[in-house]
Unconditional design. Sequence first.
Length: 255
Amino acid sequence: MDTINIKNKIIWLFSVFIFLMTSPVFAEVVAEVSELKGRADVVRNNQASVSLKLGDKIESKDIIRTKNESRLLLTFVDGSQITLSEKTRLIVTDYVAKNKPRGFFELSRGKIRSFVTKTFSKRKESFQIRTKTAIAGVQGTDFEVHSFATESLVFVHEGIVSVKNVNVNIIKKQLLQAGQSAIVRAEAAPQLISVPLSSSTGTEQEDQTAVEDFSTLTSGTQQDMRSGGEIKQDPISLTPSITTRVPLPPIPNLP
């Protein structure tokens, strides 16, 4: 009888071990949905997509997708924020806010705006957005990345952003400061855009669409987290004037 019980226990332990080894690893929560307009969903562990709502948690490896005429604001555990415009697909490749902080994302399509806290200021390019053509690496700053099929656009509002091609054989990179913009086409080094937010650089006018849609990422007023709590009106409109420096807007407010 005792021998049978021992065998049963061994079989049970072995079954538990197999279950744990084959079950998805429970990832740590890295962010939550703090604002949402329209519809968005998340794909996790290769399972069916699940609609997102306010307060939902986001984990590393999650795939976040916004639908038509929708916007989503993610607030990460360290206070960093990413706004997703409509029809955007963003993968949280890896996100760690402690010890050796790192935040890696893949933007396969669409447009995002990121406000990165000083959590990442001690490690060079520890916060990266990767598109089909470009890699934008920062420490602590406020910037945008627009991802299209054959090119990417990067706009910097505050801080410094390092921009390079995803092809490691293209060594040249650009360091963008506040008010500067760059375009990264397939198999080409980053190219500065001399007149940010007003020039047409794509044969399919995708970048012009990005300019027109730019205001959807910056509309409204909200407490400016980089100016001691002062409330400011967003200075960027649908048709921004030609300037050498884009004024620093507040964190996007999603009604």
